[in-house]
Design a binder for this molecule. Structure first.
Ligand SMILES: [Zn+2]
Length: 192
């Protein structure tokens, strides 16, 4: 796959976060909009596992960010910023964050997953019952919904899998009904 080869060339076949040379995989930095090499990094199992599952984080592993936060690649900077934000109560990550400079575009990208914000500032999406919705959840429609800009009606009971959340607005999620990507209002869905 070309992307993998490009990333290997860019990184010298090393984890772009910690420098490990084994078990390297492509990590598309969420939210994946453009993808491609600028939206991705090469990461090792250890780093990627801990990015996905915060509860397994070993703060000492992330001392590697001391170096990798200075990467010239936006995708690496964004992930470094996110991990430092997650760990900032440890003390030293906050010091590194203070030294880090991301331009507005990168900072918006870094913040797009809600990382580094206080819980109270986060936009929280809830279904009709008040259950919190996350990216990737599946929901079911609780009423027939007209799809804007088409004659299609999404029927009550339709399952929508792998939803994505509108980061700007807690009332909207997106998901596929049939082949069509539609915007759905959260109060008309129930998490399944
Ligand atoms: Zn790594």
């Amino acid at each position: 796959m070309a992307l993998l080869e490009d990333l290997q060339a860019r990184s010298g076949s090393k984890c772009e976060l910690c420098g490990a040379t084994e078990n390297l995989k492509i990590y598309e930095v969420p939210p994946v909009s453009t993808g491609g090499i600028d939206g991705s990094l090469l990461g090792c199992d250890t780093c990627l596992g801990q990015i996905e599952a915060s509860e397994t984080m070993d703060p000492n592993h992330w001392r590697c960010l001391n170096d990798s936060m200075w990467s010239e690649h936006g995708a690496v900077q964004v992930v470094a910023w996110r991990m430092l934000s997650r760990l900032k109560t440890e003390g030293w990550p906050q010091d590194l964050l203070d030294m880090m400079y991301l331009d507005d575009k990168l900072l918006n990208w870094a913040k797009a997953t809600g990382e580094g914000q206080d819980e109270s500032e986060k936009i929280v999406h809830r279904d009709v019952n008040g259950v919190i919705l996350e990216n990737g959840d599946s929901v079911v429609l609780i009423k027939d919904l007209k799809v804007k800009g088409s004659s299609m009606v999404a029927k009550q009971g339709t399952a929508v899998r792998r939803i994505s959340l509108d980061r700007e607005n807690a009332e909207y999620i997106e998901g596929k009904v049939g082949a069509q990507q539609i915007v759905i209002i959260t109060k008309y869905v129930k998490k399944i």
